[in-house]
Design a protein. Sequence first.
Length: 201
Amino acid sequence: MTESDESRILTIPNLVTCIRLACLPLYLVLLFGHDDRAGAAALLAVLGATDWVDGYIARRFHQVSNLGKILDPVADRLLFFVGVGGMMLIDPPGAPLWFCWAVIGREIFVSVAVLVLAALGAKRIDVTWVGKAGTFGLMFAFPLLLAGSSSISSAPIFRALGWMAGIPGLVLAYIAAVRYVPIGLTALRDGRAARSRTAAG
């Protein structure tokens, strides 16, 4: 793939990501406007499950783009902030507050760190396999926990499945956050070195 290919904006993966983002208001309407926890959980599950779709399409059909590399992780974090934040505001919460804050706190830390590193001139940091696995587990855990807090008859089963996905997902997410520290420092050093070479040339 050439550099011009990666500079494309109008790609199918980017469209999929934009559709995922556009569905977030519908999630809030279901959760707050209709008090439909089961429906909101189902939509949140679909949005989480389709996280791999845009990446698969990008790799399979050679539609990887610079915008997509930025937009996809941004969409994932917005999904967490909106999805989990909404669950925290309903009464009773859709998941235990300690678990929600543990995830939100980690996402805030990573988001701020990425912005600071970028401002300091670091190279872009790719998502690690551990980070992807943690995100995958949490994206399944929260819809299951939300469904588990609803009035449907199978709520206890959903709640149990939510914890089965949530605890490993949270552990992996924090392991990834710790591993990003040396990766971020290396990206900062490489970015500054590249700028110095460009300035010298």
